[in-house]
Design a protein around this ligand. Structure first.
Ligand code: FES
Length: 166
């Protein structure tokens, strides 16, 4: 079967019943997508399919209809996505294990809702666990990303210190 991943059509040899997570990691060598719980409870394995968050650990690759976006395809080194810029400004990452899923969920949220309030952010991220407890920084970074998305800034600009979340 063929699968479009991060803008490129890939030929997939894995059986259709293989979870998308293992196709991405083991067949396509895209290691940014993480294995967490394996039962769709933690959000570590989140990728986007046609812009919508999907738990790749429980999604057979044969059931995927649409283009897959992984963390490797979210931005480019010289053109990071607003959520990636905001994550850096707020020093969100601790161990980092959950962050690819958190970033993709945040990007999907901002695509649908360019100015999310606290309730919308919490709803979008509720399926994403962070054992390091970075939730306050994630919320603040999403608020910053929303502003960056509306008013693009360079990565070298001053951080939005003390960003408030409504
Ligand atoms: Fe460590 Fe979230 S940063 S699990």
């Amino acid at each position: 079967m063929e699968l479009k991943v991060n803008g490129t059509v890939r030929h997939i040899k894995s059986a259709p019943s293989t979870p998308l997570l293992w196709v991405l990691r083991d067949e396509l060598d895209l290691k940014g997508t993480k294995f967490g719980c394996g039962i769709s409870e933690c959000g570590c394995c989140t990728v986007l399919v046609d812009g919508e968050p999907v738990n790749s650990c429980v999604t057979p690759v044969g059931d995927v209809r649409g283009e897959v976006l992984t963390i490797e395809g979210l931005g480019a080194p010289d053109a990071p996505h607003p959520v990636q810029q905001a994550w850096l400004q707020h020093n969100v990452v601790q161990c980092g294990y959950c962050q690819p899923g958190q970033l993709l969920a945040a990007a999907a949220l901002l695509r649908h809702n360019p100015d999310p309030d606290r309730a919308a952010i919490d709803a979008a991220l509720q399926g994403h666990l962070c054992r390091c407890g970075t939730y306050p920084r994630i919320r603040a970074a999403i608020a910053t990303a929303a502003r960056l998305q509306q008013q693009p800034r360079t990565t070298g600009s001053a951080p939005f210190a003390g960003e408030e979340v409504r």
